[in-house]
Each structure stands twice: as C-alpha cells, then as structure tokens.
Ligand binder design. Structure first.
Ligand SMILES: CSC[C@H]1O[C@H](OP(=O)(O)O)[C@H](O)[C@@H]1O
Length: 354
C-alpha cells in the first residue's frame, strides 16, 4: 500500500501575492508547459488572467474560480491607480465593475466556479463602495477576499479528501479522468484530494490515469502530479478503460466536476459520461468529487449546463480538407450513474445534495 503522499513536492497552483512594491500580483503555474517544465507566470494585468484561463494556462474548475476572483481584484487595483475615486461617483465605478465581471466570467462557460468566484468579488467590491469606501479601500478588500477564497478552496479540498477516502477499500485501484488534482485547484485537489487522503491512510494501491484526449490533462498533469507525490500511477489511453474494468483491475472511478445541476447531473471533462456507463456495466462505484460551490441549484438538470466547445485544432492540429471536427470540452453524466457526490460537507447520493 502507498505511504503518505509527498505533498511538499506539489506546487501551489495559483496565489495572489503582495510583490516587493506592495502591489497585488497573481502567480500561477503555466500548465501548458507541464510535464516538461514547472514554470510560474506572474501578472498584475486582469486581462492577462482572462487569457490564461481561456488558453488553459490556468485550468480546472476551482483554479479558474480563484483566477477569476484574482482578475477582479487586479482590475480594482488598476482602477485605484488610474484615477482618484473622487473624479467619478460610485455609480460609474460600479458600472465599470459590472463590465469587468462579465468579461472575466465569460472566459469559460462550463465551470460554475468561475462565475461564482467573480460574483464573490463583485459582492465584496459593491459592499465596500456602497458603504462609502473609495477605490483604494475596495482594492484592499478584494485582495483580502481573494486570499479568503484561496484558503476556503484548500480547506474544502482537504475535507472532500477525508470524506472520499472513507468510501474506498484498502488496496484500492482507482481510475480517474482528466486532472482534478492539486493543479486543478488552489492546492490539494478534489478527485486526487481523495487519492491523497486515502494514500495517507494506506488505502491506495494504484491510480490509473486516462490520458484524456484531446488536451491530455491526464497524461500531462495527473501523471506528473501523482508521480511527484509518490503515488503509483499507470497511464492508459482513454479507449483502454473498458478493458481495464473488464479485467477487474478497477475498484472505483473518482473524477472531478465543473458544474453539478440540482438533480445531481454532473458536467465534467469529455469522456466522463462514457466512464460512468462502463463503471455501471462492470459494477464499479463511480464517485464525483467537487466543492459545494460547484453545485448550481439554479439549473434543475444537466441538459441546462452550457458545454464549452473548443478550437478544432486541439483535435486535429493539421486540418484535412473536407473533414469537420467536433470538440466539446465537457459532457454530462446523469445522476443515476453516480454512486456518491463528495463535497466538503460529506458524501451524498446525487439527488440528496444539500
Ligand atoms: C477539480 S475540477 C477540474 C475539472 O476541470 C477540468 O477541465 P479543464 O481541464 O478543461 O479545466 C476537468 O473537467 C476536471 O475534472
């Protein structure tokens, strides 16, 4: 069985910091360069953060939620620097705030964490300004609000890990899809957070990682992360999962989520739905790990979840004349195929989410 995971070998994925000059600056791992290079990007420009989310330099539902929040905080800093609050009344500030929040939230449509993180910052800024605070006070309040969101994310992930680890048998062989690891969050991860918590309890024999076409988050990110943490990991092609389950090599499937509808339908990386069908066929429990902020009670069922379609070049880098490409980045797994949804509040049957 595994020993304690070497979490000290994992980077903090994204962090808003105070630079030497006291200004807020976002530091994040540029995940496009992994596994070849662990490189950090630094920016004070909220527009660059939006680009980083769109380009998958920062990806993973909770991580893009933190990025969205930081983008609003960086705008507030830029606004405070650009001109005194005195030359524009609160209503123009709040109008600009709405415009920036809408732009940041539009960076990627499926993960509700992005719009949730932006909305949390919008509330913080509005509260400060409507209470009579100026642009400087609003910027300072947003910096603190982002730090609180970062701390909340890691705490939620560790709670998810503990609840999820309790579901797994000793010697568990776990199949996962995409990357719902520390790299998909501020730190610790959701699906891989369950792996880390279970490994710390000596319950993990091995993780099988789907490569996850077309962007390869499993091959590039999950394998890199688990290997650095000292967790035994085997990479498989997405089309090998069925045979692995047929051989009886999988005790549980554990994946992340980008948005969960009120009835427990789950949007996650494309290919998740197929894994859930295979798991049901082979009697393998299918677990979804996500913070409660991923649950969107405004949507009654999964068919209402917006599914991002990305550049066809991700699938076919060299176009072939006459060949169309369909590249949805997510799919929806019906609640009926899910054994438990694990949040920081516990492990729930899909229809019983609080
Ligand atoms: C911890 S949830 C991460 C979630 O996000 C991933 O998508 P992407 O890499 O495109 O941001 C995938 O759906 C993961 O399950």
């Amino acid at each position: 069985m595994t020993s304690a995971p070497r979490l000290e070998n994992l980077p903090r994925t994204i962090e808003l910091v105070r630079a030497a000059d006291g200004k807020a600056e976002l530091v994040y791992v540029d995940q496009r360069l992994l596994p070849g290079e662990l490189a950090y990007a630094r920016t004070r420009d909220w527009r660059a953060v939006v680009d980083a989310v769109r380009s998958l330099a920062v990806r993973g539902a909770p991580a893009i939620g933190a990025a969205g929040a930081a983008a609003v905080a960086l705008w507030a800093q830029e606004r405070a620097e650009s001109r005194a609050f005195a030359d524009a009344d609160a209503s123009s500030y709040l109008s600009e705030l709405e415009h920036v929040c809408a732009q940041v939230a539009s960076a990627r449509p499926t993960a509700v964490n992005l719009s949730w993180g932006v909305a949390r910052m919008r509330r913080a800024a509005r509260g400060r300004v409507l209470a009579g605070g100026g642009a400087e006070e609003a910027a300072a309040a947003l910096f603190d609000a982002v730090k609180a969101l970062e701390a909340d994310d890691e705490a939620a992930n560790r709670a998810i890990g503990a609840h999820g680890a309790a579901l797994l048998p000793k010697g568990a062989r776990i199949l996962t899809h995409c990357n719902a690891g520390s790299l998909a969050t501020v730190f610790f991860g959701t699906a891989l957070g369950i792996v880390y918590a279970a490994a710390a309890r000596g319950k993990v024999a091995r993780v099988y990682a789907d490569e996850t076409r077309p962007v390869g988050q499993g091959a590039r990110l999950t394998c890199w992360e688990l290997a650095r943490a000292g967790i035994p990991v085997t990479l498989i092609c997405d089309n090998m999962a069925a045979s692995l389950m047929a051989k009886g090599e999988v005790d549980a499937v554990v994946v992340g989520a980008d948005r969960i509808a009120a009835n427990g339908d789950v949007a996650n990386k494309i290919g998740t739905y197929g894994l859930a069908v295979l798991a049901r066929r082979h009697g393998v429990p299918f677990y979804v790990a996500a913070p409660a902020s991923t649950v969107d009670k405004a949507l009654s069922e999964g068919s209402q979840i917006p599914i991002e379609e990305r550049d066809p070049a991700e699938v076919l880098p060299h176009p072939i004349a006459g060949v169309e490409v369909w590249n949805p980045s997510f799919d929806v797994t019906p609640a009926a195929l899910i054994a438990r949804i694990v949040t920081e509040d516990g492990a729930f049957a899909p229809g019983d989410l609080p």
